[in-house]
Design a binder for this molecule. Structure first.
Ligand code: HEM
Length: 404
C-alpha cells in the first residue's frame, strides 16, 4: 500500500487514487491539435455526439418496444408514437440521428481521403474508422428490422439471402442466421439483441481504438505538414502561443469543436421537428407480411451505392462486386502507393480520382433508388464498372505520382 497524504479537495482525492490529473493532461490539456485545420475536422466530434444522441434516444425507446412479431409493430407505431408522452419525439430523434450519422460519416471519410489522413502512421486510424463504418451499417440494418414493418421484413429477407453465396447455395447458412426458414420470432430476437447490446458495445470499443490510434500520430492538417509536436508544444507551454503551430485540445480546440457541434444541432433539431419524413420509409408503416412482396425493395439512402453495385450484374458476379465494394475502402492506405500526404488538389492523377469516386458514388446512390429499368439500369451498370475500375487503377496512378 502506497503512502497517502490527506487530500485538500475532491480533485486531489481522486488524483491520488485514479490519477485523474495525469489522464486529463495526456488526453486533453496536452493533446496537441494543429492550428492549420478547418471545420471539417470537427466531424469526428459531431459523430461522437450523434452516437450519444442515438444511445440516449434508444434507451427511451427500449422502455416501450416489444421484441415480439405480434407486438413489435404496434409497440412502435401505436404505443410509442401515440400513447407515451413524447414517445414520437424520441422516435424521430432516433430515426433522424440514424440517417444523419451516415451523412456525417461520409463527409468525415471523404475529408480523410482528400487530405490523405490515412497515410503512413495513420493507417490504424483509417482501419478502425472503416470498422466503425461496418459496425454502424450492421447497427442500422438490425435497427431497421425492429419495427417489423414491410420493409423490415423484406429487407431482412433480401440481405440474409445474400449469405446463400449465389450458386454455392449455402441455404443452411441463411437458415442458421435467421434461426428459421424465413424471418420470424427467432430472427427478430437475435437482431434485437445485436441492435441493443452487442453492436453498440462493439462500437464503443471501436471508438476507443479510433481515439487511441489518433493520440500518437495526431490529426493531419490542411497542408499535410509534418509537425514536430514536441517543439511546437514547448513554444505553446512557454507562453509563445502565437508562434506555435499547435493548440491544446482542451479547452482551446474544444471550444471551436463545440461551435461546429452547436450549428450542427440546430440543423439536426430542425430535421427532427420539421422534416423527419425523409428518415422513415412509408412502406414500413404497413405491418410485415410474408405473403405480400413490396413492388420495389430498396435500402435506406446510405446503402444505395453498394446496393447499386450488386444489382446490375447477374447473381454471382453481382455478389462478388458487392463484396468487393464492402471491403475495398479499408485497403485504401495500402492501395495508395504515393508517399505524398498532401491535399488531393496538389497531387497528380489522384486529384481526378478523388472527384471521380465522389461523383460516381453519388450517381450510384441516385440510381439505386430508381427501379432498374431502361436508361437507369444502363447508367447504374456503367457507374458500377467505373467504381471497380477506379479501385483497380488506384495503385498504378499513385505509383506514378512524383514525390513532392
Ligand atoms: C462514430 C464514428 C466515428 C467517430 C466518433 C470518429 C471520431 C473521430 C475524431 C474525434 C477524430 C479526430 C478529429 C477529426 O478529424 O474529426 C477522427 C479522425 C479521423 N477519423 Fe474518425 N470517427 C468515426 C468514424 C470514422 C470513419 C467511418 C472513418 C473512415 C474510415 C474515420 C476516419 C478517420 C480519419 C482518417 C481520421 C484522421 C483525420 C486526420 O488525421 O486529420 N473515422 N475521428
Amino acid at each position: 500500500m502506497a503512502h497517502f497524504e490527506k487530500a485538500n479537495s475532491l480533485n486531489e482525492w481522486l488524483d491520488q487514487r485514479l490519477g485523474v490529473n495525469t489522464l486529463q493532461r495526456v488526453l486533453a490539456k496536452e493533446y496537441w491539435i494543429p492550428k492549420d485545420i478547418n471545420f471539417l475536422w470537427a466531424m469526428g466530434m459531431v459523430l461522437a455526439i450523434t452516437f450519444g444522441i442515438l444511445l440516449i434516444s434508444g434507451i427511451f425507446l427500449l422502455m416501450y418496444y416489444q421484441p415480439n412479431v405480434d407486438l413489435a409493430f404496434d409497440s412502435v407505431n401505436y404505443t410509442i408514437m401515440q400513447e407515451v408522452g413524447f414517445g414520437w419525439m424520441w422516435r424521430h430523434v432516433h430515426a433522424v440521428a440514424a440517417s444523419v450519422v451516415f451523412l456525417i460519416i461520409y463527409i468525415h471519410m471523404f475529408t480523410g481521403i482528400y487530405y490523405g489522413s490515412y497515410k503512413k502512421g495513420r493507417e490504424l486510424i483509417w482501419i478502425s474508422g472503416m470498422l466503425l463504418f461496418v459496425a454502424f451499417s450492421a447497427e442500422a440494418f438490425s435497427g431497421y428490422m425492429l419495427p417489423w414493418g414491410q420493409m423490415s421484413y423484406w429487407a431482412g429477407m433480401v440481405i440474409t439471402n445474400l449469405f446463400s453465396m449465389g450458386s454455392l447455395e449455402f441455404n443452411g447458412l441463411v437458415e442458421w442466421i435467421r434461426g428459421d426458414y424465413v424471418p420470424a420470432q427467432a430472427f427478430l430476437d437475435r437482431f434485437f439483441m445485436l441492435h441493443v447490446l452487442l453492436i453498440p458495445v462493439a462500437i464503443m470499443a471501436l471508438i476507443g481504438l479510433h481515439f487511441g490510434a489518433l493520440r500518437l500520430p495526431h490529426v493531419n492538417n490542411q497542408n499535410g505538414e509534418e509537425i514536430d509536436f514536441e517543439e511546437e508544444a514547448a513554444k505553446y507551454k512557454s507562453g509563445n502561443k502565437a508562434a506555435s503551430k499547435v493548440i491544446a485540445f482542451a479547452n482551446d480546440f474544444m471550444s471551436k469543436d463545440m461551435f461546429v457541434v452547436a450549428v450542427y444541432l440546430v440543423f439536426f433539431f430542425y430535421l427532427v421537428f420539421w422534416n423527419f419524413e425523409f428518415a422513415m420509409d412509408p412502406v414500413n408503416f404497413d405491418p410485415a407480411n410474408g405473403l405480400v412482396t413490396p413492388a420495389h425493395i430498396y435500402p435506406e439512402w446510405y446503402f444505395l451505392w453498394s446496393y447499386e453495385i450488386l444489382r446490375p450484374f447477374d447473381k454471382n458476379i453481382g455478389l462478388i462486386a458487392f463484396a468487393f465494394a464492402q471491403v475495398i475502402f479499408i485497403l485504401l492506405p495500402f492501395l495508395d502507393r504515393s508517399p505524398n500526404t498532401v491535399p488531393a488538389n496538389r497531387r497528380g492523377l489522384f486529384k481526378y480520382w478523388f472527384w471521380a469516386m465522389l461523383l460516381d458514388m453519388i450517381v450510384l446512390t441516385a440510381m439505386g433508388k430508381l427501379p432498374p429499368q431502361g436508361i437507369f439500369s444502363t447508367i447504374g451498370y456503367v457507374a458500377a464498372l467505373v467504381f471497380i475500375g477506379l479501385w483497380l487503377i488506384l495503385p498504378i496512378i499513385t505509383k506514378l505520382e512524383k514525390k513532392l
